[in-house]
Ligand binder design. Sequence first.
Ligand code: DAH
Length: 340
Amino acid sequence: MEKLGERALKEIEEATSLAALEEVRLKYLGKKGEVTGLLKTIGSLPKEERPAFGAKVNALREAIEGHLKEKTAFLERKALEERVKRETVDVTLPGNVPQVGSLHPLTKALREIVQIFYGMGFTVYESREAETDEMNFVKLNLAPGHPSRDAQETLYLTETTLLRTHTSPGQIRGMLDMKGKLPVRFIVPGRVYRRDQMDASHSPVFHQVEGLVIDRHITFEHLKGCFLEFARGFFGPETKIRLRPSYFPFTEPSAEIDVSCTICKGKGCPVCGRTGWLELSGAGMVHPNVIRNGGYDPDEVTGFAFGFGLDRAAMLKWGIDDLRVLFENDLRFLRQFEGI
Ligand code: DAH
């Protein structure tokens, strides 16, 4: 009986699961268990031996039951602890943030530009993308035969209508809409179209931002101050600008506006061809014919205008070296603008 007791306790000790423990219980205390078997033998013993034997077996059964209970409690506690550990929530882990997307860099750039010009009293004039030859060229002093009307560059819809090649016809439409009121002060952002093959710096569709100011006593100095304010606001407060003489049929005099290189801050680097300057915009004093075509009297008012590529401005601002990424919708590129 003693050996049986030792064996049972050892097996209880060694049981590592509740299922294994139940097997031990059945082996000793079940209906066909060994201890139960001993109790059944009582009847076959001489009468005087029965009480002592019975007491011994009962003590043995109680000892085994006691150990089983203890071990059961231990294994249950252990199982619970493991489960708690397994199911713990680490509240400090970052959550599953849903992808909400972000504005396209060109949209961001334009919104910034619009804000800067709002600050100087400009409004936004949205002109049409399908234009007449008259508005796109003639009213801007671009006489028939001018090279930029060439079929090489212009996407004609009919004999007399086309996809605008620049936002400058917005100058005429915007002025006509003002019906002679002063001051005229708006920007015209939007898509423009040219017959160009797509490469790192060309696209058949791109974006421009046109600007126009018409009022009494507007001078070249206003153009310079206005553009400097824009350049500093958009590229950073240290930005410088430089005006070089140029030619456009719709301005006189005309200028090309450069901004100090956004990469090397004007020191000279491969991006700016070591000059420290980046070409950004055409500009000039609005030609008297254009003022007249907009319904104003060039003897009474003067004005300045400028036009630059939005895509190019965004590329210079963020150091993007290939125009195509702005149109490909590659999320690996676009996600870099989240939160900017
Ligand atoms: N329209 C010109 C172009 O597409 C850019 C331009 C130059 C616009 C001078 C202007 C300007 O308003 O004054 O190349």
